[in-house]
Design a protein around this ligand. Sequence first.
Ligand SMILES: [Zn+2]
Length: 227
Amino acid sequence: MAVGAHPDDVEFGAGGTLGRWAAAGTEVTIVVVTDGSKGTWDRTVEPHLLAAIRKDEQRAAAGVLGAAHVVHLDHVDGELQYSMDLRAQICLQIRLARPQVLFGHDPWQRYQVHPDHRVAGLATIDGMVAARDHLFFPEQGVEPHRPDALLLFSADEPDHWEDISGWVATKTEALLCHRSQGTTTMGGADRSEAEATAFRDRIRDRAAELGAPAGLGEAEAFKLIRP
Ligand SMILES: [Zn+2]
């Protein structure tokens, strides 16, 4: 299970790993915490329409990765507040999906300016802690569950690498499904094939950069926590 603040965060952080694992038979669930309704520079698009577009894009991206499930928690983009309710929601998703491995934003990444990334990361970790023990949120009526590993993406101090050699194209194609983000986070990849190619090259270069310290050709890097 991978928890991202916005549609596309999970693909940026762990898309190659999830694609590779899904192809090997892993059942992948993507949880998107906010509705992505502020993610545009286009003055003409209505937030509720953007949210609907981004759900379609997320579904397409999950299809490219081979992810079996997508869950939207539909909090308002940019306004995510840490709360016991948010912690309970993520706890419930963990108890329902019972993942062996949980992915999330590293909430302790220095100088992470996006409040949703910080809040979603913290709530994912706290939701995992709650999911383990029956006295947390007993009203959920679902068996507790303890993942074997928590992998935090965008970590300042990664200590775990997943080899995505051969899977960078899958990651990139999943990212490009988020067409509404072409202008904002993908450097104009929606405008022309040349800019889409430049975006593909940037993702590949980044995967090579992340893999180098671990002696891997292309990788995603994580902070590993054993719950
Ligand atoms: Zn994001």
